[in-house]
Design a protein around this ligand. Structure first.
Ligand code: ZN
Ligand code: ZN
Length: 347
């Protein structure tokens, strides 16, 4: 089968003759119907990722159809479309026992420790079924839309710490797909105003067309602090999300936050740009700062229900669909910020 293999930083290739997986015992094999490209896939392609054990097929934001299933697997059947939460907890450690399976001590993730979905076929390991990571894709949700549930579930995980309520002001650094999803979910929680902060003018404008309910600050062209003051009647922002890998955005978040503000450091930083935060701002303004990593099966299924119910329109973010052969074009388009979300369809 065709598969996109990661070997290390700057070393990935499409092969034509990768041995296709077979269902064994109680695992299953899916034909990949869509897999969207995550920021982490892009970073691994460029810079490598020590958490991925090569050689590895990457890709974890997926929708597939079961084409082969182990005899012992009775809860699913051939022909069914499935989606999954790719971060699989062990079920036994302290975090798993409290429901935070995304923080498992022995976390195994599709596309990291298991082969992923940038291929024609993928084996869904038995443990993914056992841990509740696999679920049926609702009818009426397209393959491409279904593939987007996972990154949005990570946004939900980030926002569950923030308790956004009616009338909260929210500011988001970065107007890529993740930033836009933070805006969409903040709006569902009744936030207003929702302020997008983005240095790339054309991307800022493209995002604003998709989320017209937001206020836009093109940083670099406008004075960030005075603009935020104006939009929040001088009090600063209640909730701030840094949806970009930029240390300066994290520092700005602390100074822009209102008293008792809540901040999500959603985008991680590359090691060499590790941030430094002014902890006295945290102290005197009583700020809460939250990290976030991946998502749980429950959060994935919640998002899929919202998409199925039409509460969350994700279709407008699917800018372009790429055949597997063009996956590196997809990476380059994301790199140049010319698409919001790139979806690969192997078949
Ligand atoms: Zn992802
Ligand atoms: Zn665990």
């Amino acid at each position: 089968m065709k598969a996109f293999i990661y070997e290390g930083a700057g070393d990935s290739r499409l092969v034509q003759d990768f041995p296709p997986p077979r269902a064994q015992g109680d695992s299953a094999v899916i034909r990949i119907r869509a897999c969207s490209v995550c920021g982490s896939d892009l970073r691994a392609w460029q810079h490598g990722n020590a958490r991925i054990s090569p050689p590895r097929i990457t890709g974890h934001e997926l929708c597939g159809e079961i084409v082969d299933i182990g005899a012992a697997r009775k809860d699913f059947a051939k022909g069914q479309r499935i989606s999954m939460a790719p971060a699989i907890g062990c079920g036994a450690c302290y975090s798993c026992s409290r429901g935070f399976t995304n923080l498992c001590d022995d976390l195994k993730t599709i596309g990291f420790q298991f082969n992923g979905a940038f291929a024609e076929y993928m084996e869904v390991p038995a443990i993914a079924f056992e841990r509740g990571n696999v679920y049926r894709t609702p009818d009426g949700v397209t393959d491409e839309e279904a593939a987007l549930a996972e990154p949005i579930a990570c946004v939900v995980n980030g926002q569950e710490f923030l308790h956004i309520a009616e009338g909260d002001s929210v500011a988001i650094f970065g107007s890529g797909f993740i930033g836009c999803m933070h805006a969409e979910l903040a709006r569902m929680s009744g936030a207003s105003p929702i302020i997008m902060i983005e240095p790339n003018k054309s991307r800022a404008e493209a995002a604003h067309a998709l989320i017209p309910f937001s206020s836009l600050i093109v940083s670099g062209e406008m004075d960030l602090h005075s603009e935020v003051k104006r939009l929040t009647s001088g009090k600063g922002v209640d909730v701030i999300v840094t949806a970009c890998p930029v240390g300066q955005a994290q520092r700005d978040a602390l100074s822009l936050a209102a008293k008792r503000g809540r901040i999500s450091l959603f985008g991680g930083l590359a090691k060499e740009t590790n941030g430094f935060l002014d902890s006295n701002l945290i102290h005197y303004k009583e700020l809460s700062i939250h990290g976030v990593h991946a998502s749980t099966p429950r959060q994935n299924q919640d998002v899929m229900k919202w998409i199925a119910a039409g509460k969350l329109n994700v279709r407008k973010y699917i800018t372009r669909i790429y055949p597997l052969e063009d996956i590196e074009t997809a990476f380059r388009d994301l790199q140049s910020q010319s698409v919001f979300k790139a979806v690969v369809k192997p078949a």
